[in-house]
Structures are given as structure tokens and as C-alpha cells.
Design a binder for this molecule. Structure first.
Ligand code: AHM
Ligand code: MG
Length: 337
């Protein structure tokens, strides 16, 4: 990566001028997410110092209360979006209910709602493994200027205007799409600037990685068990390799670059899977499709599912088109029997 690569700021401005009649609202919104991501990144980077600076719920040397990082990230994203007056509503995996920003004395004609998982995979923080923020943006369906309602958030994923993630990894990256390509930007922490490092990201045509928590094998549906056995068979380009970080953003990111499938199926413990449709699966499915991949619940396209509740869970199969289709075939076959 060199200094003359386009920065995220420049990229957003260029994109904005492509939409002749756009108000720049979406560009400003992406900009706010970029800023909040930098603040969270700074804090995530200090996570290893927790024993020195104090643990969650305990006062640190400065007499400040240390917060859990997922709670902190939630607050940073909400405060940034509220303070910049850039959205009309927010729903977060960390909040029981959605937040309406319209109301009171202030006029707010903003048309977008943001849904997010502010810090996904946060159990990985203690062991210095990558975590991420996932975000999803929709145009509200109720009239501008009125308080948002549940209806504004329970839209099928195909209605998303934009979606993306920030991965706090060996490098910090923001990867997002406003509907056409998927572009990735890497943060240069020395100057706090994101540079376009991964233009037009695409899943490779063929993949050979499967990512699933095999510890739950015994509780998996038959179709998934059979697909895992298929991945392990010796034939053609198989056996595939198994890679599972347990951090959706990182597993997805690797699979998009190297080619693979991520599966979090239903289990006897979690009959609807573990992942959340609105905060995790829809944004990832939006990116997957824009990058030439596919995402389904084993039978149905994720982006077609009409949500019924905010914290709804769903089985998730996401990655290389060919691999997801193969897994779906095993699911259908097992269901018929
Ligand atoms: P979280 O939202 O509580 O962090 O859970 C989501 C995470 C995903 O990032 C990851 O892929 C999955 O949970 C891992 O779950 P498991 O430990 O059951 O394999
Ligand atoms: Mg999560």
C-alpha cells in the first residue's frame, strides 16, 4: 500500500458525485461510521493492557470506570450517529429495543436507519483475536420527520442501501458496499487514514475452506453433517481445509479473499442458529452477493427473508456461490428423507 492510494474520504466524495441528485446524506453517514470505527479501533488496540489499566467494572488508576469493550463500542457508534444528526433511528445487537432519534424539539428529516452489531466476536478480545463491527443501512419506510417504528427496521435484507464491516485485526480495515462493488480500505494507524487497499473485492470462483464450529457436530442437522463429510472426503480438490476463528467478520473476510464457506447452522441448542438476521446475516449476505458469493439459511436466500422481530436468529450458510449451493443440495436431500 502506498501513500498515493485513494483514501476512503476521497473515495466517498467521488462516489457521491456519481449520484447526480443525491443529497450526500449516505456519504455523511458512511463518514460517521468511519470516524466511530477509528475511536473503537483505538480502544480495541489497548485491550491487552486491561490488567494494567483495570478490568471491566473496576476503577482504573485514573479513577475512571472501565467498560466492557462491546458496551463501549455500542456507545461510541450510537453517540457518533446521534451527535452528527445523520440518521433517524438505530437498532443494535446490544440494545433491547430500537432507538428513535426523531422527536423532541429538533427537526430531523433524515431518511436512513442503521442496524449494527457494534463489536462482534467480543469473546475473542481477551485472547487477542480479531473482532469486528457490522453495519447495515436502510431507507426508512415511514414518513420522514415522524418517529421511526419497528416497520422501518424489519425490512428484508434485499432492501439494504449499504452494508459493511470493520475488522480490527492485524490491520484495521473497513469493507463496505453501497450496492455495486465491495471495496476494502486499510487504516494507516500512524496518520489515522484509511486507504483503498482492496478495490472491487470478489470471492474467487472456487474455494477450499470450510468454517464451522465442528465442536457442535453432534447437534447439527443431517444435511450439514453430510456436507462436512463431503468437505473431508478425498476426491478432486478435496479434502478442503478447515479454518474457524469464531469471529464472523474475520471468518467472512478470509473466505472472501481466499475462497470458502462459513456455516452457523441450527443446532439442538439453538434451533434457529445463533447469528442474528438483522445485525449479522443480512449485512454479510448483502456483501457476499455483491462480491459474487451467496448466502442462505440452507434453503432460502437470506436477503429474501421478511424479519418478524429485531433480534431474530437464523441459520447461516455464506460464501463462495458454488460451495453454498453444494451445501444447500445436501440440506434439501436430507430434508426429503
Ligand atoms: P456474538 O455476537 O455474541 O459475538 O456472537 C457472534 C459470534 C460470531 O462472530 C461467530 O462466528 C460466532 O459467534 C461463534 O460462535 P461459536 O463460539 O458458537 O462458534
Ligand atoms: Mg454478534
Amino acid at each position: 500500500m502506498t501513500q498515493h492510494n485513494k483514501t476512503l474520504g476521497e473515495f466517498i466524495i467521488n462516489k457521491q458525485s456519481e449520484f447526480k441528485y443525491s443529497s450526500g446524506e449516505l456519504s455523511r453517514l458512511i463518514n460517521s461510521i468511519r470516524l466511530a470505527g477509528k475511536i473503537v479501533n483505538h480502544e480495541v488496540n489497548k485491550a491487552g493492557l486491561v490488567d494494567i489499566l483495570g478490568t471491566a467494572g473496576v476503577e482504573n488508576i485514573q479513577g475512571e470506570d472501565q467498560q466492557k469493550l462491546d458496551v463501549y463500542a455500542n456507545e461510541v457508534f450510537i453517540n457518533t450517529l446521534v451527535n452528527r444528526e445523520i440518521v433517524c433511528g438505530i437498532a443494535s445487537e446490544e440494545e433491547d429495543d430500537f432507538i428513535s432519534i426523531v422527536g423532541g424539539n429538533k427537526k430531523n428529516d433524515n431518511k436512513y436507519v442503521v442496524l449494527m452489531d457494534p463489536l462482534d466476536g467480543s469473546s475473542n478480545i481477551d485472547v487477542n483475536v480479531s473482532v469486528g463491527t457490522i453495519f447495515s443501512i436502510y431507507r426508512r419506510v415511514t414518513p420522514a420527520g415522524t418517529p421511526v417504528t419497528l416497520e422501518d427496521f424489519l425490512q428484508p435484507g434485499k432492501q439494504q442501501v449499504a452494508a459493511g464491516y470493520i475488522v480490527y485485526g492485524t490491520s484495521t480495515m473497513i469493507v463496505y458496499s453501497t450496492g455495486h462493488g465491495v471495496n476494502g480500505f486499510t487504516l494507516n494507524p500512524a496518520i489515522g487514514t484509511y486507504y483503498l487497499s482492496h478495490p472491487n473485492m470478489k470471492f474467487p470462483e472456487k474455494g477450499n475452506i470450510y468454517s464451522v464450529n465442528e465442536g457442535n457436530y453432534i447437534h447439527f442437522p443431517k444435511g450439514v453433517k453430510k456436507y462436512i463429510k463431503y468437505c473431508q472426503e478425498e476426491e478432486g480438490d478435496r479434502p478442503y481445509t478447515s479454518r474457524y476463528i469464531g469471529s464472523l467478520v474475520s471468518d467472512f473476510h478470509r473466505n472472501m479473499i481466499k475462497g470458502g464457506i462459513y456455516i452457523y447452522p441450527s443446532t439442538s441448542k439453538n434451533p434457529n442458529g445463533k447469528l442474528r438476521l438483522l445485525y449479522e446475516c443480512n449485512p454479510m449476505a448483502f456483501l457476499a452477493e455483491r462480491a459474487g458469493g451467496k448466502a442462505s439459511d440452507g434453503f432460502t436466500r437470506i436477503l429474501d427473508i421478511k424479519p418478524t422481530e429485531l433480534h431474530q436468529r437464523v441459520s447461516f450458510f455464506c460464501g463462495n456461490k458454488e460451495m453454498v449451493e453444494k451445501a444447500e443440495k445436501f440440506m434439501r436431500k436430507a430434508k426429503k428423507k
